[in-house]
Design a protein around this ligand. Sequence first.
Ligand code: ATP
Ligand code: MG
Length: 441
Amino acid sequence: MNKSTTITHLLDYFNNDINYFVSKVDINIEKYLNCLSATEVKEIYRSTLTNPTNPTNPTNPTQTTTIQPQSTTTTIQPYLPFDSKRPTEDIKERISKMIKERNTDRRQQNLMILGQLYKDDVINNIKIIKPLSLRDDTLIYIGKQGNKKVIVKVQPRNKKEYNFRLPNYSYQLATEACFFNSIKKYNLNTIPTFYFYGNLAPLDPAIDIERYMLVMELLGNNLTILKNKPVATIVNGVLLALKTIQSLHNCGITSTPKESFVHKDVKHENFVFTDDTMTTVKVIDFGLAESLYDTKHRRKNYKSSYAKPGDGTPLYMSTMQHKLSIHDYMDDLQAFAWMLLDLLGNQPLSTGMTWYNATTNDQRLAMKLEFIARCKDPIYSGRLANGTLTIHNIGVIGELAAYTINRTQYSTDLKNDDSIYYTEYNEQYYKDIETIIRKLR
Ligand SMILES: Nc1ncnc2c1ncn2[C@@H]1O[C@H](COP(=O)(O)OP(=O)(O)OP(=O)(O)O)[C@@H](O)[C@H]1O
Ligand SMILES: [Mg+2]
């Protein structure tokens, strides 16, 4: 797909709402699509400034908080440019404007803007040097602590005195910190080194707000860099990723683990190479990570009481996760199938496959089930084949996904009292998955 088609696709996907596109998409999107340069992304961003339907000029800090009170039609505000100064307007004034927005998604976006960090801010002895990803509820920056570069993840604190509820605001940083603390004792080298998590006071109480911050080791590119690479390179990277997931599942103890975590958001963006040699991979993003054992070290075999539809990434999540089934190893393993589908095809999975035009999670589930059922049907797979996603490779991906669904191959494949399928840890699963992945060519 050439650049202009890609841009058209993206704009289409985001309903021509350029602000929504800019606010939603990782600023590193050019890496993901492998075809847009940073300049082109900036160009798209800049076009929001000249869009006559958008009255907001993000280069002017005082205007960014011009929220039309009680309105339900205001456009989502983009973040302020990283190298602008923090607005000097009194913070109480800005908070009061923020809470006048009735649409909760926009209100959340406004809170995020209040929590933004700027170039050369120094927070907890870390100097902020570069923004990496500004999303709905987490802001990620590269910072410098002495000579060491670190990743800084930030969430503005949603306080009681702001007097509002944000139903879509997640507390993923707290979950992530909790995960890092629980897994620390196993000294895994498959996850980044964790340095700090805490609630930090405003940088300046007159113009800034409180925020949670998590600091960890800075690693290299995420696995989206594998897209459009030869199949053998993709297979190598993905098998390294599989090892990191196995290490969460068994906490580094190969036979019978005492503790076990599932990641629940397996996708290529959540694995990173440690350096440019692309020989070592670590897994990141533990905002949804979940222990599979209860406090008495028993495998939890009931449905999670707090999982919400849409937790995880609907494009890549397992069919079981769509149905909010029991948290299981197979969720993470099936996600490898959808990740490979994306990496092998020469178009983004979200826009490139007609059957992924599904917009609701139920439609996505139906499409995945259809894929599994029909992956060996040459007419069906012939329609999907593109790039290195050949008819043969579609069959292999279908086999991988099918492997993770409802079967009784091993004694560790189990069913609970309600006949819901789940598994106990079994080393053979990972060997089988590796064998299937190695069939790709
Ligand atoms: N330790 C790290 N080293 C290098 N890059 C990182 C690191 N942590 C995060 N990144 C980069 O930032 C991106 C977003 O990070 P992460 O997945 O942790 O955040 P998130 O906001 O929880 O993402 P998601 O969109 O999956 O919810 C990653 O895809 C990766 O490219
Ligand atoms: Mg992520």
